[in-house]
Design a protein around this ligand. Structure first.
Ligand code: ZN
Length: 72
């Protein structure tokens, strides 16, 4: 997919064109497999990241560090 846009990225994930959960019978069908990079695979599966889009309240935890007084 990247190469079609003139970008060269290592393909590290095998994408199932017909999704694995819909067509488990095509799991190893080479015509149904596509080598893609991680970013492209994320674009192919926007549903997988949905749970992460919910805003999370994050509190910054600030810890004050003090050196121990030296005892000599
Ligand atoms: Zn890509």
């Amino acid at each position: 997919m990247c190469l079609e846009r003139g970008v060269l990225e290592p393909a590290v994930i095998v994408h199932h064109i017909d999704h694995l959960k819909d067509r488990p019978d095509k799991a190893l069908d080479e015509d149904n497999l596509q080598s893609v990079c991680a970013a492209c695979h994320n674009r192919l599966h926007p549903e997988k990241g949905k749970h992460q889009e919910e805003p999370k309240q994050r509190k910054a935890r600030v810890i004050q560090a003090r050196a121990n007084p030296e005892i000599i």
